[in-house]
Ligand binder design. Structure first.
Ligand SMILES: C[S@@+](CC[C@H](N)C(=O)[O-])C[C@H]1O[C@@H](n2cnc3c(N)ncnc32)[C@H](O)[C@@H]1O
Length: 283
């Protein structure tokens, strides 16, 4: 059958108008036509008609009905893009966020500027899909390892490392037992669960209903940061720490690390002006 891309777009915008803004729906549309019809946004702009097999069209329709039920597009397609890496995602892992790319970018540009940096071991704590560890391993020569408490996340991170052709040491481990982590890192990177229960109502329903709560929520918002802090305080081999933060507790987290070394702590804001990232280094 032959269909017009502009008609498909109109249909998608109408059907998802209660869930997505026009801009979000337009982005989703491009993802959908690329995935299902191998069409591009340029094809759409030229109002191309595409010829598609009926079963492909049925798959596309099924994807639309999942979207209408609030399922994130990344889970429907089964992947997302993160720092130029294709990362498979499923219900066991958080969908990698663009703001986390900023954290990765900070680490990459710092490590690239360090002299004799290649031997520094990097550990990603709470790796989920493996996105941070994989992006770092694809950009840097350094040995990278990662841990997560979820065996299903570790399984998917392993698959993602293989499909991105990078080598990462993956370990199923609770952050509470960080002392059992294999290999002592020089650099720690982490985007731990940091959404407080009181913030639940502010989250979009498609996040709450579909993404794993173990990856999102921390009953005590400082819990994971304190575990990392205790490890870093004791293991003086750790020279750098990069963390993604909840802006509501950013100052408290900074306070912890400043208690080890006051001057080496820096906070950066995200695009919305919230304190979102911390870098700490041991002088
Ligand atoms: C916010 S997600 C981050 C995932 C990924 N690093 C990212 O940036 O997209 C937090 C991750 O921490 C993991 N996690 C939760 N509790 C943990 C614990 N006690 N020990 C280790 N990892 C844990 C979750 O399974 C989840 O993958």
């Amino acid at each position: 059958m032959e269909i017009s891309l502009s008609e498909l777009k109109k249909e998608l915008l109408e059907k998802t108008q209660n869930i997505y803004s026009d801009n979000e729906a337009k982005t989703i549309f491009v993802w959908l036509i690329e995935h299902y019809f191998h069409a591009t946004s340029k094809d759409f702009l030229m109002d191309k008609r595409v010829s598609i097999a009926t079963d492909t069209f049925l798959k596309y329709q099924k994807a639309i009905s999942r979207l209408i039920h609030g399922e994130p597009i990344q889970y429907i397609l089964g992947y997302t893009e993160f720092f130029n890496c294709r990362i498979q995602v499923n219900k066991d892992v958080l969908i990698p966020r663009p703001e986390t790319e900023v954290l990765v970018d900070w680490v990459v540009s710092d490590v690239q500027q360090m002299h004799v940096s290649d031997d520094l071991r990097i550990a990603d704590l709470g790796t989920g899909s493996g996105c941070i560890a994989i992006a770092l391993a694809s950009q840097l020569q350094n040995p990278v390892s990662a841990i997560d408490v979820s065996p299903d996340a570790i399984k998917l991170a392993r698959k993602n490392a293989a499909s991105n052709q990078v080598n990462i040491g993956l370990q199923e481990l609770d952050l509470e037992h960080l002392y059992d982590m294999k290999g002592r890192p020089d650099i720690i990177v982490s985007n731990p669960p940091y959404v407080m229960t009181i913030e639940k109502e502010q989250l979009e329903t498609n996040v709450i209903d579909h993404e794993p709560h173990i990856a999102l929520f921390a009953e005590d918002p400082l819990y994971f940061y304190e575990l990392i802090f205790k490890y870093v305080k004791r293991h003086t081999k750790v020279k750098y720490v990069y963390l993604e933060l909840n802006h509501l507790t950013a100052d408290q987290v900074a306070g912890l690390f400043r208690s080890i070394d006051h001057d080496g702590c820096q906070i950066r804001k995200d695009m919305r002006g919230y304190k979102r990232y911390l870098k700490w280094y041991r002088k």
